[in-house]
Design a protein around this ligand. Sequence first.
Ligand code: GMT
Length: 380
Amino acid sequence: MKIGIVLYPTFGGSGVVATELGKALAEKGHEIHFITYSQPVRLGSFRDNIFYHEVVVSNYPLFEFQPYETELASKMVDVVEHEKLDLLHVHYAIPHASAAFMAQQILKTRGVNIPFITTLHGTDITLVGKDKSFEPVITFCINQSNAVTAVSESLKEDTYAHFDTDRDIKVIPNFIHNIDDEKNEFDIEKRRKYAADDEKILCHVSNFRKVKRVEDVVHVFNEVNKSVRSRLLLIGDGPERYNVELLCRELGTCDRVMMVGKIRDAAQLIKISDMFLLPSQTESFGLAALEAMAVGVPVISSNTGGIPEVNAHGFSGFLSDVGDVQDMAKNAISLLSDHEKLELFKKQAKAQAEKFCITKILPQYEALYEEVLSKSKLTV
Ligand code: GMT
């Protein structure tokens, strides 16, 4: 199949999932065309069957806001027509699904029939619960997509709660492309750069937005460090970073907290950690937690949204109510202070992640593509 994948090229979960999906499809022989405004961060170096089409946004002085959606729709029209794509798969509804609908309508007037699939990722749905101004467009796009998928049962339910739609939404969970591949060998020398052998490492990866509650990460760490000598590894960057730095100064933990900023291959650093913290306010899936589990790192998380579908309480880690940093710290200490239990949870975390291996998920997307294509051929 020739598939156009529209995505955000950034470190955000939807972009990571879309890029890894494209890479896996390309490995199976499909021809993949990524369409977005800069090279996806997870794309890496050249690969067979993968093409990248950059959407260049004009900065004509009249525009106070650049018309990205229009440029994107135009690029989709061009790529579909000239690369003879079979279907479009757009990740994140805003504005990818509405741009895809526009491209589809334009192509119809040129005698080209192209179906599009929308994958809902989280904040494209949950954000709308707070900002109703998006609602008419998103409802329309959900109803007009040739198929809709959501990354968790929880997100599917949120979609029905926030939007006036009863259309079928297929849950296809996020996945892990390479479970603990050879690149990510445990590296004791690397670990020693961050912590002494008798110290534990707690880790958090995110875009440091409010929804991630990174300050809770610091509070949990502060409690843990009182009982178990530890270090905190913070990976990523975003609007809350400064507040987090202030909190560390206030608590006097700066010398034990390492903020490494945005890095491309976080798995190598996550792997030297003993525990991953994800105390989010809401999370449709929690890909960062799954990526930690895949390299054998247990997860202490909140029990919100789709996280309980990923992190199995008492098996791959522990779940607590949002904001209950005391409970999170208690669970963390119970694991970190018991060597055998920690080793068991590390193994179990990896076993839980294997349920989300790409080999189980890819066929679900391929089957959906086939179904959508055969339905769209019938309607021509
Ligand atoms: O909100 C983010 O952190 C970014 C966002 C995205 O689309 O890039 O993440 C959402 O999609 C991820 C991939 O499906 C999920 O793993 C995240 O849980 C989800 N974030 C939220 O729901 C807050």
